[in-house]
Design a protein around this ligand. Structure first.
Ligand code: F6P
Length: 729
């Protein structure tokens, strides 16, 4: 017995040494990468404002220079910046610049987990000096802890498994045990062999983590090709299945009897469609077009996009009553107002809830029919499918399920007013990962779980453990494709301006404001028109010169709150027009219709200013589309600070849409903004959207999915192996 204990002790000790060796190696590599990344980040941050910085520096306006430096520090990792002259004087700095830190070389180590980078700046004639950026690297510690915990757990599992095998073997008689050992050895398995897979599995995993890191943070922009390669590399090119209520292509038979294909006005479709074109796979959606049934095969499938056919849409059929209960009722009269702070009261009806349950089950069944492996990757989209993750998990326990919630998540107290709040949370916790646009929404979700469920919450790792299953909660800010397909296909800016002005009957010297939305009360369309009215009141010089065109796609019109909004917006536009119209000029052009993307982009490119005034919005992709449309680097974005996009597009003119004084001032500022400033702001926003595009969004989620699956497979293999060994023994 004592030799058995000695054996187990040596085994555990050996594994511990191995674990610490692997941990040391991984930590070293991580640090090397981060050093490189920090320098690159510093250069990128300076490049985005280089022109403005040089201008202020050369003119000696160091107060303005400090303001620009402060803007650069909005990047959450850049803690402080100082501008050092060539002779070592500190000319400008941000408030967090350490008081004791001069510009001399030996002092450039302010202590703590930081990285200090120096980026030289040249003026017209001579070098100006150096921008010194101090970056916060405390996040590194969290990463290192995560990897350390993971490695220790993996080695812990192996140590436990190996010890258990040893103890089981000891229970056999010495003779039986040695016979057994001999047999195993002859088959090439047994104890020595048992360590081979251990090392191989861990090595595989570490390599995987390393290549995933390269994939995520390697240099260069994310493209459809890179997303595809990521899929091939990490998921062996496996097909992705998406579940989303709205389909990307709607077949509609018009009054003339012809079938046309429509692109719905939907942020979700805008983001996911390019991803599916790049990855292939199946999009499971409600077949909502009046000619949808005529265009599918016997299994309800149709290949899209028309003419390209790179992926499949699997249509799920709903009766009018089911649609009324699940989509209009529970999803859009219950969850939608529950999740948006827009002063609409949620309505919860038991019949709607029953339909919602039934339709979630129907979509879950459709997913099971569409997959061809027992551990597929399924991306579940939005508030229409809070129950689906748990239902799919019951049928496919080894699936990797990523649920992305496209709208805000309210605080725990507010969420608790839903009579079925716990069922919704339990449904979502069937997911491997639940994603939101912002960290704030992740925090709100975790608070709701804390308040309403018996679950263990690890706030550091952002993981919820419920009924022995763990779900990671992560922020993935969504975006658009870049280079943008519709922007690429659009006519020149001059041509767009000519055609839009002709449509609206505007003279060539007029100025144009644009709004693009579904007619939804969360978009702040009434507040937007009131801000335009206030502009004309406060700045009469714009009367006769400025027109605001609102493209408004009718949406969810079967719901009373939406049809009321429709009437209100129409009445408001008519009142403002009546009040200010002069001759043929009208201040507001309300274009209440569905507009296909080429038209929307024509308006973006013709606009002097685009105003996004959402009262509350998960992200808002109109803001990003406008930026993508302006390859001429002109035009101004006025953006509600209550959108997720406001956290990224910091060079927009940020407003509180309820504050009509502020919003009208922002419109006036936009209309008088010098071209050079428009270029500076637009260029910087374009650089951000180009880098943080939708391929990166999808890539990050899919790499997380691959990582999750690698872990599941590893622990699955271990369990299988252990059970196999026990059986053999
Ligand atoms: O952007 C939020 C969102 O709910 C999307 O998730 C959805 O696709 C879009 O609004 C349009 O709504 P609907 O699909 O109900 O027309």
């Amino acid at each position: 017995m004592s030799s058995l204990i000695r054996f187990v002790a040596v085994l555990v000790l050996g594994l511990a040494v191995l674990a610490y060796g692997a941990l040391w190696l991984v930590t070293q590599r991580l640090r090397e990468w981060e050093e490189g990344d920090a320098q690159l980040r510093a250069e990128l941050a300076v490049n985005s404002s280089r022109r403005a910085v040089v201008k202020r520096w050369e003119s000696g306006n160091f107060a303005a220079l400090s303001d620009i430096l402060r803007d650069i520090t909005r990047d959450e990792r850049i803690r402080a910046i100082g501008a050092c002259s060539t002779d070592g004087r500190l000319l400008a700095k941000t408030t967090d610049w350490p008081a004791s830190l001069p510009c001399s070389g030996e002092a450039l180590n302010p202590g703590g987990r930081v990285h200090v980078s120096a980026v030289p700046l040249d003026g017209e004639a001579a070098p100006l000096g150096t921008l010194v950026l101090i970056q916060d690297l405390t996040f590194l510690e969290r990463r290192e802890h995560a990897i350390r915990d993971f490695l220790l757990i993996a080695f812990g599992i192996f140590a436990a498994a190996a010890s258990l095998v040893t103890v089981v073997a000891a229970r056999l008689s010495w003779r039986g045990w040695s016979n057994q050992l001999r047999k195993l050895l002859l088959r090439g398995g047994a104890q020595p062999g048992q360590f081979q897979p251990l090392m191989r599995d861990v090595r595989e995993l570490v390599e995987k983590l390393a290549t995933e890191k390269e994939d995520l943070e390697g240099r260069g922009t994310w493209t459809p090709q890179r997303l595809k390669q990521t899929l091939e590399r990490h998921l062996e090119g496996e097909r992705v299945v998406i579940v989303a209520n709205r389909e990307p292509y709607i077949h509609q038979r018009g009054a003339d009897g012809h079938i046309t294909v429509k692109h719905p006005a939907s942020g979700l479709v805008t983001a996911l469609e390019p991803v599916m074109r790049a990855c292939g796979g199946t999009w499971v959606a409600h077949g909502s077009g009046n000619a949808d049934r005529e265009t599918v095969d016997a299994k309800g499938r149709v290949r899209v996009p028309p003419g390209e056919e790179s992926y499949a849409v699997r249509r799920v059929w709903l009766s009018a009553e089911e649609e009324a209960g699940y989509y209009y009722g529970f999803s859009n009269e219950g969850l939608w107002p529950l999740c948006h702070v827009a002063h609409a009261r949620p309505t919860f009806r038991i019949d709607d809830w029953r339909h919602y349950q039934a339709i979630n089950q129907r979509f879950a069944d459709a997913v099971v029919e569409e997959v061809d492996v027992e551990d597929p990757i399924v991306l579940i989209q939005d508030y229409h499918f809070a129950l689906a993750p748990k239902l799919i998990r019951e049928r496919l326990p080894r699936a990797t399920l990523i649920t992305f919630w496209h709208i805000p998540w309210p605080n725990g107290e507010r969420f608790g007013i839903c009579p079925w709040a716990t069922q919704l949370l339990e449904g979502l916790l069937g997911s491997s990962i639940v994603g939101f646009h912002t960290q704030q929404h992740c925090n709100n979700f975790i608070d709701a779980v804390d308040r309403l469920l018996e679950a263990r919450i690890d706030r550091d790792q952002r993981v919820v453990v419920h009924h022995q299953r763990s779900t990671a909660v992560r922020a993935y800010p969504i975006s658009i494709d870049w280079p943008n397909r519709w922007a690429k296909e659009a006519p020149s800016v001059a041509e767009c301006r000519r055609s839009v002005f002709a449509e609206l009957g505007l003279p060539a010297n007029a100025q144009l404001g644009v709004g693009v939305d579904r007619l939804d009360y969360t978009k702040g369309i009434e507040e937007r028109l009131l801000a335009v009215e206030r502009l004309f009141e406060r700045f009469p010089q714009y009367r006769g010169r400025f027109t605001f065109a609102q493209l408004a796609a009718p949406s969810r019109t079967a719901i009373e709150r939406y049809s009321r909004l429709n009437d209100n917006v129409e009445a408001l536009a008519a009142r403002i027009n009546q009040r200010f119209a002069e001759g043929r000029w009208k201040p507001i052009a309300l274009l209440r219709a569905h507009h296909e993307p080429p038209d929307v982009f024509r308006y973006y490119r013709a606009a002097d200013v685009t105003y996004v005034s959402s009262l509350h919005d998960g992200m808002n992709l109109v803001a990003k589309e406008y930026v993508a449309a302006r390859d001429d680097e002109r035009g101004v974005l006025v953006l509600s600070s209550f959108t997720g996009a406001a956290r990224e597009l910091t060079e927009a003119l940020m407003v509180n849409p309820y504050d009509l004084e502020q919003a009208s001032s922002a419109l006036a500022t936009a209309l008088t903004m010098p071209e050079a400033e428009q270029v500076d702001r637009m260029r910087s926003m374009r650089a951000l959207v180009a880098e943080y595009n939708v391929y990166r969004w999808a890539g990050r989620m899919l790499v997380d999915a691959a990582r999750h699956r690698a872990r599941e497979r590893l622990s699955g293999r271990l369990t299988d192996r252990l059970l196999g060994l026990e059986r053999t023994a």
